[in-house]
Ligand binder design. Structure first.
Ligand code: ATP
Ligand code: MG
Length: 395
């Protein structure tokens, strides 16, 4: 039995009217993008549904896995398409469908038939009833439960007949590109890749920025961030990763500012630079992996101090998450193993022994004035140091 097609279920109640078309078109576009490397497929919209049909050889498991990375998809139903609508043939196909789709044939079921092709000689009630009888005849351990069946066998009579029953879970969310673009501050840690994933899930295209401090941070630390961006790209599409050389900036801060304020001041400059880069790349918001109280630089007062330099909204999707909850998502999206590789990032090198946990914005501003003479040149030089790498998902 050859399952050659998938019915794509998508949700997001409330997406109506013109936005519905934008949503569907973006979804079709994203589906085409992920399955393109896997074979020849036709993706079409039909009566408010999307069908993906293979035109030749393809690997079913691989195709499903790819579709499960497309935001906006709620469910994926493997569909049997029957060309010959003759009743005799149809019953034979449906029996074979159950035969191959289910290992154990001891469930309760219901046949839900729909007749979109009104010229078909049987109405939907009759199709449902008759097909149910045929199925019961073939599989002695199956039984009918019309109210709460374990398996619903859907039969839709259109130009061809569509038969499907399983619904595999999609990632949900909204199709990429339907909600603008944001700039993710991507470190080598556990949190920021998860934060990027969560915002991308809402249909937001993401670019990423990484602050690199050679030779204090190694090439390997940078490679780790590239690897993470590639993992995030499995869901978020190709990620443009902007690598900023942050060394001179950090050295200047280290030299001229009080050490207990280093982290906060450094983070404020990261936000300023990220915002500049966001503007240059037409992104309208920033994303960080911060979570309240996780470290000294993420107390509410520290977040206030960091946030003060931004004019764009800063999305912090993990703000109320516990570490374990973040790790659970990191494992699900396969970034965890990469994140825990032991390569230092710039924040771990230039840290004070006793960082302030309740920074006072006025004091921080005052300390930053120590940089007045050098900051303009430093900013220019830092912005000019940016190297951009396009990170694509690698299977
Ligand atoms: P993560 O696990 O994401 O590294 P963290 O728990 O280590 O986070 P911090 O080091 O305080 O927390 O960083 C907070 C956030 O700041 C990160 O989630 C990330 O968005 C951003 N960030 C930190 N360091 C860098 C860096 N070197 N380059 C880009 N962004 C960074
Ligand atoms: Mg970190």
């Amino acid at each position: 039995m050859n399952i050659t097609a998938f019915l794509i279920k998508y949700g997001e109640i409330g997406v109506k009217g013109k936005n519905r078309y934008l949503f569907e078109d973006a979804l079709v576009h994203q589906i085409k993008r992920v399955i393109h490397p896997l074979g020849e497929f036709v993706v079409r919209k039909e009566n408010g549904r999307i069908f993906v049909e293979a035109q030749g050889e393809f690997d079913q498991a691989e195709t499903i896995a790819a579709l499960q990375r497309v935001f906006g998809i709620v469910g994926i139903c493997p569909v049997l398409i029957v060309e010959n609508k003759d009743w005799e043939n149809l019953t034979k196909e449906v029996v074979e469908f159950i035969e191959t789709q289910y290992e154990k044939k001891d469930f309760t079921f219901k046949v839900a038939a729909r007749r979109a092709d009104k010229s078909y000689p049987m109405d939907s009630m009759t199709i449902g009833r008759e097909m149910g009888a045929v199925i019961l005849d073939h599989f002695s351990d199956l039984s009918v439960d019309v109210h709460n069946p374990q398996v619903q066998i859907n039969i839709e009579v259109r130009k061809q007949v569509y038969v499907y029953s399983k619904i595999l879970k999609g990632p949900g969310g909204m199709p990429l590109g339907t909600n603008g673009k944001a700039m993710l501050l991507l470190s080598g840690g556990i949190d920021s890749p998860v934060a990027g994933y969560m915002i991308a899930k809402r249909g937001v295209k993401i670019d990423a920025v990484y602050f690199h401090a050679p030779p204090y941070t190694s090439e390997r630390a940078k490679q780790k961030v590239v690897d993470l961006a590639k993992k995030v790209a499995a869901y978020a599409g190709p990620v443009y990763l902007h690598i900023v050389n942050f060394t001179d900036m950090q050295l200047a801060i280290y030299e001229k500012c009080p050490h207990e304020e280093l982290t906060i001041i450094m983070r404020r400059y990261m936000m300023r630079i990220a915002e500049e880069l966001a503007k240059e790349n037409h992104a309208d918001a920033l994303i960080t992996g911060e979570s309240i109280g996780q470290v000294a630089s993420q107390t509410i007062k520290s977040l206030v101090a960091t946030n003060e330099v931004c004019t764009m909204p800063v999305f912090r999707p993990l703000i109320g998450f516990d570490k374990q909850e973040i790790i659970d998502i990191a494992e699900k999206i396969d970034t965890f193993e990469t994140s825990i590789q032991p390569f230092e990032d710039c924040c771990t090198i230039f840290v004070a022994k006793h960082p302030v946990t309740k920074p006072n914005v006025n004091m921080i501003q005052k300390s930053e004035r120590n940089l007045d003479e050098v900051i303009e040149d430093l900013m220019k030089q830092t912005m000019n140091s940016v190297e951009t790498i396009i990170c694509r998902y690698e299977e």
